[in-house]
Design a protein around this ligand. Structure first.
Ligand SMILES: *[C@@H]1O[C@H](CO)[C@@H](O)[C@H](O)[C@H]1NC(C)=O
Ligand SMILES: *[C@@H]1O[C@H](CO)[C@@H](O)[C@H](O)[C@H]1NC(C)=O
Ligand SMILES: *[C@@H]1O[C@H](CO)[C@@H](O)[C@H](O)[C@H]1NC(C)=O
Ligand SMILES: *[C@@H]1O[C@H](CO)[C@@H](O)[C@H](O)[C@H]1NC(C)=O
Length: 288
């Protein structure tokens, strides 16, 4: 009896030491690789070179998803602009920071096509020689992922909690203080004047932009989707990739992106976003 019991106790111990299925490891590597590309200075290269600097095999050409509280992203180009184009670059005086590492603190994958993860991005100041300076803050993202049969991400649904608090922490100021809000509007208007030119012009100059944005609600990053300033502060970062797409979002009308949205529509429109009524983040052979 004693022997029998010890076998029972011992077998699970052996099993738990076994290596995970190959797709578990593959999926984990894919997610870690995606997040590693947001770390400075790797992200700077993607920001300057665009899609061609993103390694093959990470995102399917049709990769689509929702990142709350930022919005929805349709296709490879949209998705990589969000994942890499918004990762911070060090700037300003005193310098705000960039991601110095991206650590998967939670990861699970119960079948080849689905995984879930939480990543902590560590934000430090960046020294002039690009080495990390002191710690500033961190950012968290939790996500569900769906992979195609080659292991590339095809669908995702992610959340960033408390982007509001993060914005104040990384900038070292109250992001919603009057000076900071003024600085945000000045920053958007200055930047769009560099990137939204020629056919992509959306304002009659910087002063027009400042007047237009000062008359709009400032908004909150935790509800960034709206006809407000914070939405434009995010989309202006993307105008360097595809000005013909993103300048309109920064402009007076919001170009269909920085517009007031219906909560009931946008947070639950999975059929429209993912193109079918199936629930993408369940293991297909088991639950659905
Ligand atoms: C992307 O979507 C289009 C349209 O549904 C489809 O024809 C194409 O095969 C898809 N490409 C991949 C790589 O899944
Ligand atoms: C990320 O950076 C932080 C701060 O320097 C450090 O505490 C942490 O151990 C790092 N994580 C990894 C995985 O390197
Ligand atoms: C906003 O910032 C600009 C540039 O720093 C400054 O010239 C202007 O006086 C500020 N406006 C307000 C209302 O604080
Ligand atoms: C601006 O748009 C017009 C009309 O579509 C086009 O003919 C022209 O080449 C464009 N100019 C630039 C600089 O893209």
């Amino acid at each position: 009896m004693r022997y029998f019991l010890s076998v029972i106790i011992f077998i699970p111990a052996l099993l738990s030491a076994a290596s995970p299925p190959h797709w578990y490891t593959r999926n984990k590597h894919t997610i870690q690789k995606i997040y590693d590309l947001t770390v400075f200075p790797t992200n700077a290269r993607i920001i300057s070179e665009g899609a061609s600097a993103v390694p093959d095999g990470l995102f399917n050409i049709n990769a689509t998803g929702r990142v709350t509280p930022l919005g929805e992203f349709f296709g490879f180009q949209d998705s990589i602009e969000y994942f890499f184009g918004l990762a911070p670059l060090p700037s300003g005086v005193p310098p705000n920071g960039a991601f110095i590492n991206a650590t998967l603190v939670q990861f699970t994958s119960g079948c080849p096509e689905v995984a879930a993860s939480t990543v902590y991005f560590t934000v430090n100041t960046i020294n002039p020689d690009n080495t990390p300076g002191p710690f500033i803050t961190a950012l968290k993202q939790t996500a569900f992922w769906r992979f195609d049969r080659h292991g590339a991400v095809i669908e995702y649904e992610a959340w960033i909690p408390s982007l509001d608090r993060f914005a104040s922490a990384i900038n070292g100021v109250d992001f919603y203080g009057p000076e900071s809000m003024n600085g945000t509007i000045q920053g958007i208007c200055g930047q769009q004047a560099q990137t939204c030119v020629g056919n992509n012009t959306v304002y009659n100059g910087v002063e027009d932009c400042i007047a237009t944005l000062s008359a709009k609600p400032f908004g909150r990053l935790d509800e960034a989707w709206g006809d407000n300033v914070v939405c434009r502060s995010i989309h202006v970062l993307l105008t360097k990739f595809r000005p013909e797409v993103h300048c309109a979002h920064v402009g007076p009308t919001g170009g269909g992106k920085c517009i007031d949205v219906e909560y009931n529509d946008v947070f639950f429109n999975d059929e429209l976003l993912f193109g079918s009524s199936r629930k993408p983040f369940n293991c297909k052979n088991w639950d659905w």
